[in-house]
Design a protein around this ligand. Sequence first.
Ligand code: ADP
Ligand code: MG
Length: 379
Amino acid sequence: MRVESVETVVEALVGHTVLLRAALNVPVLGGRVSNPFRLEAALKTVSLLSAHGVKVVLLSHIGDAPTASMRPVYDYLAQKIPLSCVDDVAGPKAVAAARALKNGEVLLIENLRREPGEVQNNEHFVRRLAALGDVYVNDDFPASHRAHASVVGLPSVMPSYAGLQFLAELEGLSHALEPRSPSLAILGGAKFVTKEPLIRALLTKYDTVFVGGALATDFFKAKGYEVGKSLVSVSPHISDLLENSKIMLPTDVTVENLHGREVKAPDALLPTDTIYDIGPATLEQLKPYIHKAKTVLWNGPMGNFEKGFSEMTEDLARLVARAPGYSAVGGGDTIAAIEKLGLNSKFEFLSTAGGAMLDFLAHGTVPGIEALEKGKKLG
Ligand code: ADP
Ligand code: MG
């Protein structure tokens, strides 16, 4: 492992204050946490530190608006562990609350992004944050593709370690980066531009790369097929990918048109058709690959489940869950589909990360890992 685990030094941290960057950025609906998957995963490191008499200051951002509050996260976590919160990030109130901590106590500060210095990785803000504690722990793999103050700034000024969930992500994704042959990568979802680097990186490592979801429509369009009113990205340059024999595309698609739903061959669409999902023959075609694979990596849903086209994604989830090889799955929407089916425990590895997972798989590292590798250690 390239980074050091906080577990190796936890005995030495008794009585010290750890600034724990945790993945507490969860969806909130009507003031309540609507999916606690990441919070449950974050509790492992919090409990480890707290049980050893370490003082913990929890740092995270939440939502997209800098005004968003950590309050719903506090309400959720406070039911699980003794916890206090403060309506401040790194001002006098936060400093006072951090200083008042007793051994084993946990404090949650407000949304880091309330301070512009967080995203800017501003030196002055890094120093103010660092003043809240003695040692830094990164347990927020999902935020580690961002060069923000709480990801790369803090480990440049204080002893720094990796948390348990961070290490679990790193280990699981490292497996996925070195797949055992025969290997299969399954990609879906939308936004070709954000997934293109991943497709290209996986083609260098995997035997077969299946492309489904709206990503497949970009390939169909590049082949010159009629794609009707389907979602396509703006002019992706994929002509070279069309010739790559490792890429597998859907052999049928589920479309919606004036008559309702229909399954069609990808080259048989009319201008009035919209592709919303892959088709059943495609799943049949994938089956033997999934069954034979020693490593299966899956990211991105096969269809537009928000519009009710979740059937193929769910069938695929069942297939991958039963796969005898190592299976790693990631992506917010993909995990949500798996959770809905209660299949969580059937996969060797479920990533809590979205963008960070894509960046890690595409580039082999992310800024948060590099910062921990360079960061100084205790004593
Ligand atoms: P993840 O969060 O798992 O990484 P993405 O965010 O990449 O997944 O993709 C999820 C989105 O892809 C969903 O909003 C879904 O509706 C959309 N999607 C998948 N297939 C299609 C399709 N054929 N047409 C339109 N949207 C699609
Ligand atoms: Mg998504």
